[in-house]
Design a protein. Structure first.
Length: 343
């Protein structure tokens, strides 16, 4: 589909967050409200994740002015996992452009689990969107580089710019996931057979596995999200990472597909573009305002952090972040000097 109204300048009107003290107060309230919630279970299908402490919980809000509100275990590192998909997608869009990535990867929800092979076959090899594993593999295959090592360094450096610090690989998680990623290898081979992956599939899967094993903390995740909220400029370092257009495209994809087959429920209840990872991280973005980063390893059946979802929902409501929320407009009282308006 040709880009609609591409010739029209994109204007922006997003509003702002309340003052620093109020955001700080609500971040602390969100953490206190859900820190004792013990629903869900730690991911155990990746051995390195099974050992995570289920009591860990962090809430962080990063504002587009550079303010950061961190509560709880915000300095505890965890592997970024599928949250990386959003930011690698942004990097690739920055390199190749709106239409090229849309044609190769797609933007529509599959309605099926994130690691579905059936979804690929039903769409004649089209991965449909970059937030499921097939689409993420197709996206990683588009990362610039002459070989897997160059592509990996491009990804690591790019995600580090989003976070505002040098991110490092968790070698244990990488080894653990490499030993259990046969399904991703199969999906990559299937995509190759449909012409959706050009490089060697094994190399693509390794780069993808590495990107998922990068270590972050809740503050990093919030700052990465706030970079998308701030038109591609990291609000802490003030470095431009990607363009405003790429941020808009990435957030649109996150809104419709970021929480997999639960994306509709998430948007209906919380109203923010978001992405989760099975190590327990969640990032949710309020364009123009900032982002929420949470970490708690207890997951629901869909692989989303239970406490993270609750804390994000609380902050979305309390901070007025829901993109679809509105209140009746109160018209100013007309003075006797205003001209009469004909009925």
């Amino acid at each position: 589909m040709q880009t609609l109204a591409a010739e029209v300048r994109q204007e922006v009107a997003t509003g702002s967050l309340p003052g620093w003290d109020r955001v700080e107060e609500l971040a602390r309230a969100a953490h206190a409200r859900y820190r004792d919630l013990d629903d869900g279970a730690v991911a155990d299908y990746i051995p390195a994740l099974a050992a995570a402490d289920p009591s860990l919980f962090a809430v962080c809000v990063a504002e587009t002015d550079g303010s950061v509100h961190a509560v709880g275990d915000a300095s505890v590192e965890f592997s970024v996992q599928s949250i990386s998909k959003a930011f690698v997608y942004a990097l690739v869009c920055e390199e190749l452009g709106h239409e090229a990535v849309r044609e190769r990867v797609g933007v529509n929800n599959t309605g099926l689990p994130f690691n579905s092979v059936v979804a690929v076959e039903l769409q004649q090899g089209h991965p449909m969107n970059p937030m499921v594993n097939a689409g993420a593999l197709a996206t990683t295959a588009l990362v610039p580089g002459a070989d897997p090592q160059e592509r990996w360094e491009h990804v690591r450096a790019g995600l580090s710019r989003f976070a505002g610090r040098e991110l490092v690989l968790d070698e244990e998680v990488h080894r653990s996931e490499s030993a259990t990623n046969a399904r991703n290898q199969a999906i990559a081979r299937l995509l190759q057979s449909y012409g959706r992956i050009d490089p060697d599939p094994a190399g693509v899967v390794d780069v993808y596995t590495r990107q998922c094993a990068l270590l972050v903390d809740a503050r990093d995740v919030a700052v990465m999200g706030a970079t998308l909220a701030d038109g591609g400029v990291n609000p802490v370092t003030r470095e431009r990472v990607v363009s405003e257009e790429v941020c808009r495209d990435t957030l649109a994809v996150l809104a419709s597909t970021g929480m997999y087959e639960r994306s509709g429920d998430w948007l209906f209840e919380i109203g923010l573009p978001a992405k989760s990872g099975v190590a327990g991280g969640v990032v949710a973005v309020a364009p123009g305002k900032g982002a929420i980063g949470t970490f708690s390893p207890r997951l629901d059946a869909a692989g989303n952090s239970v406490r993270g979802q609750r804390a994000t929902a609380y902050l979305s409501r309390a901070l007025g972040l829901n993109l679809f929320a509105s209140a009746p407009h109160v018209a100013p009282r007309r003075s006797h000097q205003d001209p009469e308006v004909a009925p």
